[in-house]
Design a protein around this ligand. Structure first.
Ligand code: SF4
Length: 342
């Protein structure tokens, strides 16, 4: 499907329902070709670091939600520094800093301090945090943040209301407009996404693609990427949603690659090693490596606490890098050198 081809929720739905093996194989071949054309065998790498699991929002699908009786922890500056050093020792140079949505527990100054520490170890620093005002994003940018990951989860307003029960995250529009504020702040990377299985799939994909097109037109200088996390269990508990099977996810990755041939597609360790290995051959251009979804967790003896979701790919960084090299991929530790953001 060429990039210029008009799409609609109905045409996406048709593709999702299509069981014709030959047509799906052609789709995968076309996606594979586009990926090789624009990305070669280069695979960008990053590692997430959860700084805190404090959260004042109640999203029914998340292990950190405010009503979940888990031990709340956040890393001190010393702990953050130690965890970062451990991640950097694996060779990874891009870090994604995550928190729950609690401006009280992890205010702007806490985030800025984490960025200051990260600058000692990493070339690329992105954050996945609660949505901020223009000024808030600008402060993070000036401190040294390069990008922000923010998923709308579902673009369907009524479903959004059903699964976001309390806290700042209930504000659909403040979240929907965050990517524009992030771009205004000067960030060079923005990652958008939806949580597969949460809302109506074809409509959500269409809305995500439309959001990305809108951002590309308004802020053409930003580097965008897309993510398609599937709802996962948390400590083996199933919180909500409809299962999205492997074939459907592959169709989504292929469609996205063909519609947005130059846009990065990320795949996290929510997916199994086997699935990630297959997806790398078709459409994915960036993966997380050696992830832990507990707060901290990269150091021997670092504290045990509840994860945000259960990990499926449990390979450590060395194993994942070994796989990439053995299969002819070019692992990209950094395509960027830190400069002062002004
Ligand atoms: S998804 Fe984010 S905002 Fe919602 S409960 Fe989890 S950490 Fe909090």
């Amino acid at each position: 499907m060429p990039a210029a081809m008009p799409i609609s929720p109905a045409s996406i739905q048709n593709l999702l329902e299509n069981q014709n093996v030959q047509q799906l194989e052609s789709l995968a071949q076309a996606a594979r070709k586009a990926t090789r054309q624009y990305f070669g065998r280069a695979i960008g790498l990053y590692t997430p670091l959860y700084l805190s699991n404090y959260c004042s929002s109640h999203c029914v699908y998340c292990g950190f939600h405010s009503h979940h009786p888990i031990k709340r922890v956040k890393l001190s500056a010393e702990e953050t520094d130690r965890e970062m050093r451990a991640i950097a020792a694996t060779g990874i140079q891009n870090i994604l800093l995550l928190t729950g949505e609690s401006p009280q527990a992890t205010p702007l100054d806490y985030l800025k301090n984490a960025i200051r520490l990260a600058k000692k170890y990493f070339q690329g620093i992105t954050l996945e945090i609660y949505p901020l005002s223009n000024d808030g994003y600008r402060e993070l940018y000036l401190e040294g943040a390069d990008g922000i990951t923010i998923y709308q989860e579902t673009y369907d307003r009524s479903r959004y209301r059903e699964v976001h029960l309390a806290g700042q995250k209930t504000d659909y529009d403040f979240r929907r407009n965050a990517p524009a504020r992030i771009a205004h702040a000067g960030m060079r990377q923005i990652s958008l996404g939806i949580l597969l299985g949460l809302g109506p799939l074809a409509e959500d994909l269409y809305a995500l693609y439309s959001h990305l097109r809108e951002m590309e037109q308004s802020f053409p200088g930003v580097e965008y990427s897309l993510s398609f996390p599937r709802l996962r269990t948390i400590n083996s508990q199933n919180f909500a949603g409809t299962a999205v099977d492997d074939t459907t996810l592959v169709k989504i990755l292929c469609l996205t690659r063909l519609l947005f041939p130059r846009t990065g597609i990320n795949l996290s360790t929510r997916e199994s090693a086997e699935f990630r290995n297959r997806a790398l051959e078709i459409a994915v251009s960036r993966i997380s490596v050696g992830s832990r979804t507990t707060v901290g967790g990269y150091l021997e003896g670092s504290r045990e606490n509840a994860p945000q979701f259960d990990i499926a790919d449990e390979r450590d960084a060395e194993e994942t890098l070994g796989y990439l090299r053995d299969h002819g991929f070019d692992p990209v530790f950094t395509d960027w050198r830190r400069i002062a953001n002004t």
